[in-house]
Design a protein around this ligand. Sequence first.
Ligand SMILES: Nc1ncnc2c1ncn2[C@@H]1O[C@H](COP(=O)(O)OP(=O)(O)OP(=O)(O)O)[C@@H](O)[C@H]1O
Length: 235
Amino acid sequence: MVELINVSYSYEDKVALKDINLKIEKGELCVIVGPNGSGKSTLVSVICGIYKPDKGVVKLFGKEDHNHFRKKISFVPQKVSSFNQLFPISVKETVLLGLVPQKGYFKGFSSQDLKKVDEILQKLDLIEFKEKQLGKLSGGQQQRVFIARALISEPELLILDEPTVGIDSKSEEILYKLLLEQKAKNTTIVMVTHDIFAIKSYADKIICMKDGEILTICGAQEFSVKKYKQIYFED
Ligand SMILES: Nc1ncnc2c1ncn2[C@@H]1O[C@H](COP(=O)(O)OP(=O)(O)OP(=O)(O)O)[C@@H](O)[C@H]1O
């Protein structure tokens, strides 16, 4: 489903990813952990096709042509609440935007689409905010709206960059429940998180990053406190 072969990426003077090799199979829930600045966000941006690698190959669905697969991928970026808070868009409209890659900009939305909005807003406990301006919601509520936008298209590949930052425990629990629902539908999920112990029991694969490199890839069972300390505290 996702394969990276010898991928490197640099920002001007900073090497952010060095020779990354990884494979994520269809239906896997894969978690990426590592200290600040270790390259996690860059890695998911390269997987999504936002950044083109300087070197190496990124394959999605077995192919290198990403544009072809836009309809099948959803991405929840980090710090989504940094969008322009004055932008006059409602919660409902924001969530509908998640359907644009599948439907195009000019076709309009059907009653079925509007029903899907209601369903996903119900699930994320956001229905009361449906007609509200997005910028008038709290940071955590906005984060949940962006998660709803990513889920409404029922993507085959769902990529989330620290989705639980700023959301409360109840919403975090709802999110994990939704991710498990997606996983049961064979959605491949790639998630950057620092909440490793919260997600450990659900993860199939844990990718540990440090200094732009993959330190180790392991299963949830093998991910121990010792490994956690090695990644976060040892030089
Ligand atoms: N736009 C940018 N321009 C220059 N350097 C950048 C840029 N974005 C990230 N970097 C650098 O690239 C490296 C990897 O950053 P990245 O955001 O991928 O790390 P991260 O593991 O996601 O960190 P965090 O946990 O803080 O989100 C860091 O050293 C960072 O300073």
